[in-house]
Design a protein around this ligand. Structure first.
Ligand SMILES: [Zn+2]
Length: 196
């Protein structure tokens, strides 16, 4: 596959940031700054990297959103009509932002939501392939939360899940290549994704 590379100026330091043809997420290999292309505007976004788990290494990087949300789960109705307690609270989610199947995406997002976050500076290496808009990432957060609630009880008939965005950032996520698949160096999960 040949990929068209496009360039934008880093909103932090002015260096050229490079991405693949459809990318809307960019990391600067000069200053480590992160940015998202929204319409015609390049918006700077706080960027960090997740550290690989002990014994694993970062061979390549892929972009993800770090979304902090206020989640509210209410009106949990079980089959038979009994209402069970909901909850409300701050949660942090990591949503892969590169091209990946929905099953792999939710599996990886769920596993990443359970880690204790260890962050580092953004590596000065290519981090391409970011195509997921922040709004879509927020929709996926809600999807993950609903999945969690369904898992809690086999008799859940309905539930209301609301998420309010509190803060957003971009994350460089470390991977190892295993044959033609990618293994997340944070969670150990392997996903099908192969670009760049
Ligand atoms: Zn820069």
């Amino acid at each position: 596959m040949s990929l068209r590379l496009i360039s934008l100026d880093c909103p932090t330091c002015g260096s050229a940031m490079r991405g693949e043809g459809l990318d809307t997420i960019f990391f600067c290999t000069h200053c480590g700054g992160a940015a998202v292309l929204e319409g015609e505007r390049v918006e700077p976004v706080r960027g960090t990297a997740l550290l690989p788990a002990p014994g694993r290494s970062a061979r390549l990087w892929r972009p993800a959103w770090r979304l902090e949300v206020e989640a509210r789960v209410q009106r949990r109705i079980r089959a038979g009509g009994r209402e069970t307690p909901g909850w409300q609270g701050r949660r942090v989610f990591f949503i892969p932002a590169f091209a990946i199947g929905l099953d792999d995406l939710t599996r990886l997002a769920r596993a990443l939501s359970e880690i204790s976050e260890a962050t580092a500076e953004v590596p000065r290496e290519p981090i391409h392939g970011g195509v997921l808009a922040a709004d879509d990432a927020l929709t996926l957060v809600r999807h993950v939360l609903i999945g969690d609630e369904v898992r809690r009880s086999d008799m859940l008939a309905s539930v209301e899940v609301a998420v309010e965005l509190v803060g957003r950032g971009l994350i460089a996520l470390p991977f190892e290549r295993v044959d033609d698949r990618l293994r997340c160096a944070v969670t150990g999960l392997t996903v099908s994704a192969d670009r760049g």
